[in-house]
Design a protein around this ligand. Structure first.
Ligand code: MN3
Length: 255
């Protein structure tokens, strides 16, 4: 395992190896990057200059980088409060509980429950990662178009911003059931890819790191937008998306 995980001791090494084998539902490379830079407590709701953050054990719910009402009228404060304080918190709690079970398993040597535990780690771990990214992918007065390296990467992969936006919205709006639209950097061939995620962890590819994620679980938009998912995703792209944050994430993924 690469040293980028920064393992402090043998127990931590075992835990990492277990998570590596379980895959956390994303991918081996994405998992390492995710553990290295995403799943850590997002105390300040953003990335540090080198894309790393200090490890929090147990995992903690990161505070929002803005007030509950800051994204009105496009993201209503009641939804934001419930989404962050209850839904995201539940994934953090579920991940911590799963990691406690993992620690007990490693200690006892009884791996009978490994299969359901892998599912728990994948679901709650991915839920924590994606929501932690999601809050920072929005800002008051967001929208517009990406600049610089991110714009160039989008042009190269999709032929321009308008084509990217149409494809990203089409993928996100068509997620079956609960899930996400995701723009990710695929480290295996240095390219941007658009993914759907069902739940938090299904339909991904190996070797990707999410840089822009759009939550289309009903809990993310139903109070304000009801069944009009495309209105929510359109509002996200035109008024909320924080392209500077996505560009920081791309730069960190490329390092
Ligand atoms: Mn959600």
């Amino acid at each position: 395992m690469p040293e980028l995980l920064g393992m402090a001791n043998k127990a931590e090494m075992s835990r990492r190896q277990f998570l590596y084998f379980c895959g956390l539902g994303i991918s081996s490379l994405a998992l390492e990057n995710a553990i290295a830079s995403q799943i850590r407590g997002f105390r300040h709701g953003g990335l540090t200059a080198n894309g790393k953050e200090s490890r929090k054990m147990p995992h903690e719910l990161p505070p929002l980088p803005y007030d509950y009402a800051a994204l009105e009228p496009y993201y209503d404060q009641q939804t934001l409060r419930l989404h962050h304080d209850l839904h995201h918190a539940a994934y953090v709690k579920g991940l911590n509980a799963a990691e406690e079970r993992l620690a007990a398993m490693l200690k006892s040597g009884d791996y009978a429950a490994m299969k359901p535990l892998c599912k728990e780690l994948a679901f709650h771990g991915s839920g924590h990662i994606l929501h932690s990214i999601f809050w920072t992918n929005m800002k008051p007065g967001g929208g517009g178009e990406p600049q610089g390296e991110l714009a160039r990467a989008i042009n190269q992969a999709f032929g321009g911003y308008s084509a990217f936006k149409a494809a990203f919205l089409a993928a996100t709006n068509a997620v079956e059931g609960s899930g996400w639209g995701i723009l990710a950097w695929r480290t295996l061939d240095d390219s941007l890819v658009i993914l759907q995620a069902e739940k938090h962890e299904n339909l991904t590819q190996w070797g990707v790191q999410p840089i822009l994620v759009l939550d289309v679980w009903e809990h993310a938009y139903y109070l304000k937008y009801q069944n009009r998912r495309p209105e929510w995703t359109q509002a996200f792209m035109e008024h909320l998306v924080n392209w500077e944050n996505a560009a920081q994430r791309l730069a960190a993924a490329r390092r």
